[in-house]
Structures are given as C-alpha cells and as structure tokens.
Design a protein around this ligand. Structure first.
Ligand code: PLP
Length: 475
C-alpha cells in the first residue's frame, strides 16, 4: 500500500514536465495547450494502471529515470498526434477508381485552380458587374452545358446528394416509378429505395428483376405519380432473358403524361470512352439527347475530378432544384468548384484527355507499357523477397471501379507474390506480407486473391518510388 502511495506521489508534475528537455521544444512547436493535454492524458493513464495494481509500473515510477522516460513518451504521443492520418498510398489494387482509396487523382490543372482560390477571397457568389450576390454555379454551368447539351446545370457535394435533391424537389410526397431491376445499392449506404424515402418520395417499383416493359410504366402511372426514373445499373449487370425500356420510350411516355423523366447515370462520363479503347458507357449528352429531363452523375468517378454531384438538364427544373432549401446544405465550396470547373474545361479538348486527366490516362494505359514496367520491377521484388515469397509476373484484369462498367475488365499485368511458408501457414504469411506492404512509409496496397498477393501496375507511375519503398520492407 505504501509503495502505491509513494508511486502516486512520485508522478511527474505537469509544470515540471512542460519544462523538460523532451517537451519544452514541443511547447514551442505545437503550443502549450496541446502538450499539457498530452501530459494530463498520460498521467491519467498511469494513475489508472497504478490503481489496477500494476506492480512493475510502481517499481518503474520509483526509479530515478522515470521522469525523463515519461516525458519522452509524452513527446512521442504529441508528435504523432500532429501527423495527419490521411496520407497518400500506392493504389496497386487493380481497381482504378477505388472509393476507399479516394477515387480520382486530380490533374495538375485542377491543383493550380485550387491553389489560386483556396487562400484568397473569391467571387464565388458575387457578381462583379452588379456588385450584388451572384450564382455559385455560374463558374461551371456554361461549360457543362456546352459539353452535354444541357440547358442548365448545378453542382452539389456528391451524386448521392444530387439524386436526393432532384427527388426531393421534383417529386415530394409523390410516387417515383422505377424498374425493379434498377433498385441498386452502390455500397456505403447508398440504396435507391432508402434515398427515395429520405427524399420524401414513395418508391413505385415496376416490372420484374430481369424484365421491365413500357406497359409496366404505363400501367403504374396514376394521379400520385411524380416522376419516371431510370438508374444506371453501375455495379452489376442482368444478363440472359432481359428487357429494359430505352430512354427514348420512357421520355416519350413522360412527355405524353406531362411528367418528368430523371436519369441517374452514376459514373457519368462526358466523352465516348471507346475512343480510348474502353467499352462504351452512356454519356451525359446521349442521355439528355435521348430525352431525359434531368441527369445526375458523379464528379469523381469516370469524370476523374473532385467529389461532387452534377445535376444537368432542363432550365426550369434546374432552377427549381436550386431554389430547394436543401441545396444550401448540399452545395460545394470554392475548392471543389475550382477543381471541377478546370477539369470540365479539359473535356473541351477530348483529344488530349488521356494525357491530361490522370484517371483517363490510367484507364487508357496500354498493356505493353504496364508489361514493360513489370519486367523492370520484377528483379527488385525477386531479390528483396527471396526469403519470403516467390515473385513473378502474371496477366491480370484491372477494373474501373466505383460502380463503373462492372464487367468490363482491362487487360493488365501484375507482380504476383506467393509466400514461401510451411504447410498450413500460407495464409498467415500472405496476410503478414500484405500488412508489411501497408506499413511502408507510403503504404502499398495490393489485392489478395487465390493464395497470392497481386500488385496490378496499371496505376503505378513512379517506379523509383516503389523501388525505394521496397527497400524498407522487412526481409
Ligand atoms: C456511384 C453512384 C451513386 C452515388 O454517387 P456518389 O458520387 O458516390 O455519391 C449514385 N447512383 C449511381 C447509379 C451510382 O453509380
């Protein structure tokens, strides 16, 4: 009991710790408050451990070097608490637009646009001609309209927000008719039936999972109908005996019944991807030309820009959407606006997209280039991992990801690691290997498949950086 009391008494005082050799420089660097909070938190932790009867701790506290050890530990805690936990990683998963890895890498043009506006006051919502309040969307609307053929456009925080806002504006308290085969779940918590509910609409699902006909739409329309809707089945495909109603037919029916037709494109590309050797994905302008009154799409999927959701289409509908009070809650800031506007401008020169938009460059990257990269890197993997894994090059398929073109995989090359392990320990070695790559100073994220760790090199651009990182790997 005595030694417990002695330990409590011997604990460092906050003031003394603040002046210690280890912590005083951190007070200068990070400020008094943060260091004090870290000391207090460590003291609380130690007191709890003493109370819990940790006798080796009690002995340690009573030694004379305890004070300096305590301060060093707190210093480590303070320093690491100021390191950002949001850090860059190498995406070698083979999924190009990886939602968990932050989706698109922005082009240099977007970065300089962000830099220009981020640290200064801007005319974000200020009309320089009249000196009065301006329109946030004015910075982007013209170019979206030029590229898509839309009459008007507005931008919100992401495509989920775009869908929510459109439904809540155009069909509150009314039924939204949608094919049963299109009730998608995107991942995270975005599910069309739930979004409908949040938007205050009633979902009216029609047809069957595999087949929906125009007559299903016709039969479902009644005085409670607010909207006809189509959702791009971004992350799955229904094959076999299927039917879905072409946009033109839904649009004609909507016109006849004086209803609006909304199409949620999801990934929404502005250009025909087949020019880069990729499969065709419905473009925004095609969907509008097919008669959609409003389309919604993401800024950071196939567009390759910042997280945002674009709503484009008929002038009077977009105006109504902009007047919805929810718009205020879902709007984007000047940084997103600047980045998105600069990327949309790049789309006005489609020939140079693959050079200028990193996402398009990654998607269009020739497999021969990836293969050459794999050949150059293989010896480094073989040498570094000779005691842990067999390294080889294999054909693999990259996927676009984020619910874009789910079944269309791009031919690519991977460095493949097969752990050298005693029988039965293969899985543990594989997990350990993947974990070691995740612990590098820039984490290298691969994909585990079929007892192997794969690094798809499609999205690798700095091979020297990967070589340097490999040197850090435990052997
Ligand atoms: C991805 C997607 C969404 C959600 O878009 P976010 O930009 O992730 O919010 C909505 N609808 C469809 C069809 C999608 O593919």
């Amino acid at each position: 009991m005595n030694s417990l009391n002695a330990a409590f008494k011997a604990l460092p005082s906050v003031d003394k710790a603040l002046q210690s050799e280890a912590l005083s420089p951190l007070v200068v660097k990070y400020g008094h408050e943060a260091v004090k909070a870290a000391i207090r938190s460590k003291l609380d932790e130690v007191r709890n451990e003493i109370s819990a009867g940790d006798s080796s701790l009690v002995d340690a506290i009573l030694e004379k070097n305890y004070f300096s050890n305590f301060c060093k530990e707190v210093a480590g805690n303070v320093s690491s608490s100021f390191v950002s936990s949001l850090i860059p990683v190498l995406n070698l998963t083979g999924t190009v637009v990886h939602t968990n890895l932050g989706r698109a890498r922005l082009p240099a043009e977007a970065m300089s646009a962000i830099e220009t506006v981020a640290t200064q006051a801007t005319n974000l919502e200020f009309d320089l001609v009249t000196g009065k309040r301006g329109d946030r969307d004015s910075h982007i609307e013209k170019s979206i309209c030029e590229i898509t053929g839309a009459e008007a456009a507005t931008v919100v925080n992401n495509n989920a927000a775009a869908v929510l806002l459109v439904l809540n504006t155009l069909s509150p308290g009314k039924e939204v008719i949608i094919s049963r085969g299109e009730l998608v779940e995107i991942g995270g918590a975005f599910r069309i039936p739930d979004v409908m509910k949040s938007a205050g609409c009633t979902l009216k699902e029609i047809g069957t999972t595999n087949r929906t006909h125009l007559r299903d739409f016709e039969n479902a329309i009644n005085q409670d109908t607010g909207l006809l809707m189509k959702v791009h089945t971004s992350n799955y495909e229904i094959r076999g005996f299927t039917n879905s109603v072409p946009e033109e037919e839904i649009s004609n029916l909507a016109r006849e019944k004086k209803l609006n037709f909304v199409s949620d494109l999801g990934s929404g590309t502005l250009v025909d991807l087949s020019q880069f050797g990729l499969p065709h994905e419905p473009t925004v302008s095609e969907t509008l030309a097919n008669g959609a009154d409003i389309v919604t799409f993401s800024g950071d999927k196939l567009l390759g820009g910042p997280q945002a959701g674009v709503i484009a289409g008929k002038q009077e509908l977009v105006q109504a959407i902009k007047r919805n009070p929810l718009k205020r809650a879902l709007r984007v800031d000047k940084i997103t606006m600047a980045a998105l506007a600069s990327i949309i401008n790049l789309y006005r020169d489609p020939q140079r997209l693959a050079q200028r938009v990193p996402l398009i460059g990654d998607l269009a990257r020739p497999v021969s280039e990836i293969a050459a990269l794999a050949d150059r890197l293989l010896p480094d993997f073989v040498e570094k991992l000779k005691n842990r894994a067999e390294a080889s090059i294999e054909d693999c398929k990259s996927q676009i990801g984020s619910g874009a073109l789910p079944l269309d995989l791009l031919a690519s090359k991977a460095i493949v690691l097969r752990p050298i392990a005693k029988k039965g320990a293969t899985d543990a070695s594989l997990q350990k290997l993947a974990a070691d790559f995740r612990e590098l100073s820039k984490p290298v994220i691969g994909r585990i498949h079929d007892g192997k760790l794969l690094f798809d090199l499609r999205c690798l651009h700095d091979e020297e950086e990967l070589r340097r990182l490999l040197l850090q790997l435990p052997v």
